[in-house]
Design a protein. Sequence first.
Length: 435
Amino acid sequence: MNERFVVLGVAPARREWFRRVARWANEAALPVEFVKCISATEVISRLESGQAFSAVLADASTNGLDRDLLDLANAVGCAPIIIDHGLVDRDWQSLGARVVLDERFDAGDLLSALEDNSFRIGRGEVAHRSETDEPEAVPTGRVVAVTGAGGIGTSTVAMAAAQGLVRHEERQKILLADMALRSSQAMFHDARDTVPGLLELVEAHRLGVPNPADALTNIHTFPERGYDLLLGLRNERDWISIPARALSATWTTLTSLYSTTVCDLHGEFDGATETGSTDIEDRNRLGRMAAMQADLIVVVGAPGSWGVHHLVRTVMALTQLGVDNKRILPVINHSPRKASVRASITSAVGDLLTSRLPDGAHVANPIFLPTKRQLEATLRDGDPLPSGLTNGLGDAITAMLGQTESAPMTPVTDNQLEPVAVVPGSLGTWSEDDE
């Protein structure tokens, strides 16, 4: 008898349906406990609180009502129900809504929707997360991530990798995507307009999935080098505008449009598990997601103690994230010409990694990219990069991609720390008689 539907509601001010539901709940015309929310942010806070909710009734014109909110509701077993007034043209069910009701619904319509799509809640119940299987990922293009410490030439190596792959995939499309926190590709490509770019493409996936033609309007072409370019964040702080599920949908679009996507990443991958901070995980979302989706990760280092140290540290950060060591390719930028010096660098990298990786695990030997004196002028003029930089790197990447299976598409969601039940007695006992 204590079971009822606990329903969250959010809508702009003075919506008639909102008042009707509140009246039905107050008069006990429906077995509903109606919890009014003033914003989408409050809905998210309540969904993440651990309290159980049956459904969320959301007006179609609510600010902040997007893919992330609907996916979060589904994840905690709270059915998203959209109240449509015909003013917003959007495919809500493809975004995660269980049902869409016309704003003129009556009590019977609401009760039927709740009975068919949600569950009643007893006093004291807590939220339970959905255990439904993730949808199977459709076949996608390959992903090559390029990362390294700042100032070591990571962005240049990412450009060389994209151009080098064009030679192997002449009939395919190659994308260079700038996903670094401190993006540099707009400067290197002399992009006078930094709009549109990554922010606009992700925003287009918050409220739907754009068709290929619309998605490509956010991407620039560089026929001189044979690849397309997705410009990155205009300011480092813009990471706060990248929601997890919209970013995941963006990835699906990019990897369906391009045979290979080369990502320029910053070298930081810490998350909530490592630091206890969800803010840090959100800040590193671009790098963590690309690393987990990548079929191959190129880690850039440099000659000398500093360059080798940071290369090894980046490799270890990736393995701690869960990246298979067989998918990592070390690259030494600005490498010396002497074979003996290159051999000593290879030996140093191998020894340092062997002492840190589990027994039997190993990473491929580094490849060496020479220093090009006229590279600055080449970048300034927008000319193709020298073949000495691109060909060998493209050959190595293609060879390693041929030896590995495609990485599984990892669902990217906000970090959710689940509460853990404590077994009675497992923490010991205490009494005033104990010393």
